[in-house]
Design a protein around this ligand. Sequence first.
Ligand SMILES: O=C([O-])CC(=O)C(=O)O
Ligand SMILES: [Mg+2]
Length: 496
Amino acid sequence: MNTIRQYQLPLQKYTAMMELEERNERLFYKLLIDNVEELLPVVYTPTVGEACQKYGSIFKRPQGLYISLKEKGKVLDVLKNWPQKSIQVIVVTDGERILGLGDLGCQGMGIPVGKLSLYTALGGVRPSACLPVTIDVGTNNEQLLKDEFYIGLRQKRATGQEYSELLHEFMTAVKQNYGEKVLIQFEDFANHNAFDLLAKYGTTHLVFNDDIQGTAAVVLAGLISALKLLGGSLADHTFLFLGAGEAGTGIAELIALEMSRRSKTPLEETRKKIWLTDSKGLIVSSRKESLQHFKKPWAHEHEPVKGLLEVVKAIKPTVLIGTSGVGKTFTKEVIEAMASFNEKPLILALSNPTSQSECTAEEAYTWTKGKAIFASGSPFDPVEYEGKVFVPGQSNNAYIFPGLGLGLVISGAIRVHDDMLLAAAEALAGQIKEEYLAKGLIYPPLSNIRKISVQIAANVAAKAYELGLATRLPRPENLVKHAESCMYSPAYRYYR
Ligand SMILES: O=C([O-])CC(=O)C(=O)O
Ligand SMILES: [Mg+2]
């Protein structure tokens, strides 16, 4: 830690950590686990975003497996080249929408690598059972195509049949090589592929999309906690999203599902409490024909409204959620409007990394004169406002996917079911304590994350057994103890 702390720049710390992982994996995980709040922003958002942008020029080792268009027809052979044979979790990206930074092509590899470090550090999945994969179908990022240090194929992205054939070959090869119980996490695909891939492989493979489903579960957990501060039930609130992509529609759907389960109201009804806006304004029924399919369920009856401030004034949401990947969009006027009709406006600025956050923690607290409850996708430091310290929560899927993955792995689940996401969200919400809420914090501290992951894993595994989707039989009686006992821990052994 002393060495890491001597570096001034986050990217230097990142490089030092990556070198440590290569040199002494056990020490890397020991440091990460013991200093999670300090090191998460180094190996994960926001620094991992900068690392991906500069990946070509800081490149030393491949870190994960690259599968490019050139490997078409021999993807299975390429998979077999990976030195570790018993893989439990794969995180795969095609680099087209890395955080809120856009198309970074092959340089997106930093994301699967970072996510899998968290699988091990926060969720206790063995490092050797984790496989980071980047599918290289080219990039439409002109700057990267011209960059002499770019590490991927120098061509425009393959689309259509060429794209889906490579993806299909990969998905088939994974199942053939590792069996049915290997978990595949889709990460940072562009909208136009993310929903289709999830729908296509959700019925044949153990898959989930972290940006759609992981983010949804973490936000739902935050909302359930926030209700203890705000009062009422989910159905008493009005939700407005800026951004109707993977995170926006994924969160919206899980909130609607939870509301529907709790109030025994049809999903079509509970969806009406939730409004989404995209770059063209409020999503309303008159726009339905021209909307992408994943936005259609959110096209409610309302006159067209453009501009976030106008939409906020028209809808009067109690909860405002930013998921557009575009920074600085929650302006002073927008936040002040939220504070003008809410006693405690709940503001979630979820886009990553910090540069893409819709507003800062300080802005949320000062513009609402200390009224806001705030959480963000990337971390912000506590803020002092008029003598009071406000602690912003980090509403990031990192709270969910390590525990969710652990629960799936230890139960030998063969499919991911929406009820498992609800179970994960409820487990996380169950970990919030009064003392955190008193500071405005709607998530438990990350320093407790391994204990939280155990609870999430146990809840998810219980759901897998209940739904008949678990294959590790018989079911362990105490799933919490079982989850704990399965976790990798980077302990140093004593030798005699
Ligand atoms: O990686 C993160 O910090 C959260 C996430 O999935 C994203 O922003 O795409
Ligand atoms: Mg992501």
